[in-house]
Every structure is written in C-alpha cells, then in structure tokens.
Ligand binder design. Structure first.
Ligand SMILES: *[C@@H]1O[C@H](CO)[C@@H](O)[C@H](O)[C@H]1NC(C)=O
Length: 349
C-alpha cells in the first residue's frame, strides 16, 4: 500500500467513529520460513539512560553500541551534561507480557503477548491458577512517581480501567494475573459497549486463534488519531482524566496479531504466517458491527503509533489473518448482570 493511501486510511479511522475501514486484502506469498525473533522497537529499561538507536532503511531499529559496556555517559553530547531529558520508554517485562510505558500519556505505548494453547490452559489442579477476583488494580511503583498512573485518576472518571493485556490471558498463576492489574497495563476505555463488550469480544477472538494456530502474538496499541473538523483541518482531540489531569484517554485502540503454524506436518520448522490489524474507536460499538470493518493495514498502525511492529520480512511473508481464519467476533452478553454488580462504586477493569 502506498504511503499516501496508508495515511488516508488511518485518518479515515480517526474520522469515522464507530465505523471502520474496509481494506484490500492482498494475497501475499506463502513461502514460509522460521518466525524471526519478536520485533523490538528499542525500549529502554526503567532508570536506564536512553539508548543510541540506529534505524535502517527498512525501519528496523537497533542499538548502535552495546550500551551497557560502553557506558552511556561517554557518548552523551556535552549539552546534556546537566541532565538527559529522555524520552525513556520504560520496558516492562512481566510473566505474561512485555510492555513499553509512555510517561507522557501515562498508559502503555504498546503491550506484547505470546499466546498458545499451553499459555491459556488452566494450570494443573495442584497449582493455583489466576483468579481475577483475587487481583486488584495497583499503581506501578517501578515507575517514577511523577509519571505514574494513579488509582485516583480513574476514580469517578467515567472510564473503565481497560486492560491492554487482558487478565484472562494470564491465568497461569496469580502473580501473572496480578501483573495485568498494574496501572501500567491499563488505559482509560469506554465501559459499556466497548471495554465490557466489543473490545472484550475482540480479546476473546485473539485467544481463540490458538485453536487454529500454534503461536499467536498480540500487540495492543493505544492510538491518537486525527479527525477532520468542519473547517477542513485535522485535529487530535482527547480527554485527560485525573485532578489535576494526568492520564490521557486514547481515541482508538489497535490489536495487531501475528500467527504462526507449521506449513505441513513434515515441515514443522517452515512456518505459515498470518497477520492482521484492527483499529477500534474508544467508543460504544454496536454488537452487530462486523470485525472486518475495523481492518487496517499493519503499516497504518505503525505510522499512527510511531512504532515498528513487524520486520519487512515478516510483513512480506504473512498472509492476511482473515484469509487464514474467520474474522468475526462472538457476542457475549450473558455475564452483563454480574459485571453491573462489580461496576458499582468504582470504575471496572
Ligand atoms: C495478588 O494481588 C492481591 C491483591 O492486591 C494480593 O492480595 C495478593 O497477595 C497477590 N497475589 C500474589 C500471588 O501476588
């Protein structure tokens, strides 16, 4: 897809609240190879100085030097001798996920998960699995206090504390599930009609991919997309919750999936890859909305977020996920009554 068209598509995603963008699904080559290592958009560990990063023509980024050996201070220009502003995208490595945190917006820049049948299976009877009723939302004290998302910011905000990595993806242990309740894994989401419904259906669809594919990689990415005002200009408008205002409310959320499975029983190391990206507005979405209406090119999410999610090689090899499996969500309203009870008094997960 040409750059201009990608931009137009993502702008349209910002313009059409509740709607989506149909996109042409290009039939990509099927020749397979080993799944390369997970793409790393060079996040920097908390408290470490920002890395020196080189980006090649393909948009892949890597550290220019083995930073820990070089000693970062030596490569700093003198103008920064009194302090280095960053940005630092705190790399949060947890049991069930990895994430980068945005200190300005106070929610994740992205979260990454690797799902498979084993990771989602309930633990053996002897072991204690994660039970969400035993988890509570907690502030992430690994982040510097001024940049931390706070419980009081969400209180009476009208927004749900929306999991980027769902609790249901971390049932292996209570520790793993607890980590999904850190506010560094949370962003403000519209509750009714979004977090508790359509977004939850999409999360469920991602889990069910493990029935058809051996490995499922899921990126969740909060987005701020411009919409066109009546004067013809494009603007990004978003709320900030908390008093004083602290946490930004994304206009949209993306789920980007990559699946991998053996191309055949006799060639298990040759992988069949599929990928797809869905951008949903942070708004009430009717149950009847088709999932395919939210398809966007992966590149559109990358451009909107300023992130490189997959290498060019993976993009070239992967088919579109909707060619490999059915892209429709299962509507689940049966547990609404239970959710309403939980919502009283405080914003819900
Ligand atoms: C999980 O979080 C709850 C609530 O904060 C806490 O009481 C419990 O000890 C935690 N469990 C584990 C295993 O970390």
């Amino acid at each position: 897809m040409a750059g201009g068209a990608v931009q137009a598509a993502i702008f349209a995603a910002g313009a059409v609240i509740g709607g989506g963008i149909a996109t042409v699904i290009v039939n990509k080559r099927r020749d397979a190879s080993l799944l390369p290592p997970r793409p790393i958009p060079v996040p920097v560990p908390a408290a470490a100085p920002p890395a020196v990063v080189q980006v090649d023509n393909g948009g892949r980024a890597r550290f220019s030097e083995p930073i820990r050996d070089v000693g970062f201070v030596q490569v700093l220009p003198p103008v920064l001798k009194n302090g280095h502003p960053g940005p630092i995208s705190d790399m949060l490595v947890r049991r069930a996920y990895t994430a980068a945190y945005d200190r300005r917006l106070r929610h994740p820049s992205w979260t990454a998960e690797h799902l498979n049948k084993a990771s989602l299976a309930p633990p053996p009877a002897a072991a204690n699995g994660g039970d969400r009723s035993k988890s509570t939302f907690v502030e992430d004290e690994s982040l510097p206090e001024p940049f931390r998302a706070k419980l009081k910011d969400y209180f009476r905000s009208g927004y749900d504390r929306g999991h980027m990595v769902p609790a249901a993806d971390a049932k292996s242990t209570q520790e793993a599930m607890n980590e999904t309740f850190l506010l560094s894994n949370i962003a403000p989401q519209v509750g009714e009609g979004f977090n508790r419904h359509y977004w939850a259906y999409l999360e469920d669809w991602c889990r069910k991919l493990t029935n058809s594919f051996e490995d499922v990689y899921v990126f969740t990415v909060p987005l701020y997309l411009p919409r066109q005002d009546p004067d013809g200009k494009w603007r990004v408008t978003h709320e900030v919750i908390g008093s004083p205002p602290n946490i930004a409310v994304p206009t949209h959320f993306a789920k980007v999936v990559l699946t991998s499975k053996p191309s055949s029983a006799s060639t298990p190391s040759i992988r069949d890859l599929s990928m797809g990206a869905f951008v949903l507005p942070n708004a009430i979405i009717p149950d009847t909305a088709p999932l395919t209406g939210f398809i966007v090119p992966v590149e559109a999410v990358e451009k909107a977020a300023g992130l490189t999610l997959f290498s060019d090689e993976v993009k070239a090899k992967a088919k579109h996920i909707c060619q490999s499996t059915k892209c429709d969500v299962t509507i689940r309203r049966f547990d609404d009554a239970q959710k309403k009870v939980k919502a009283i008094g405080a914003p819900k997960n």
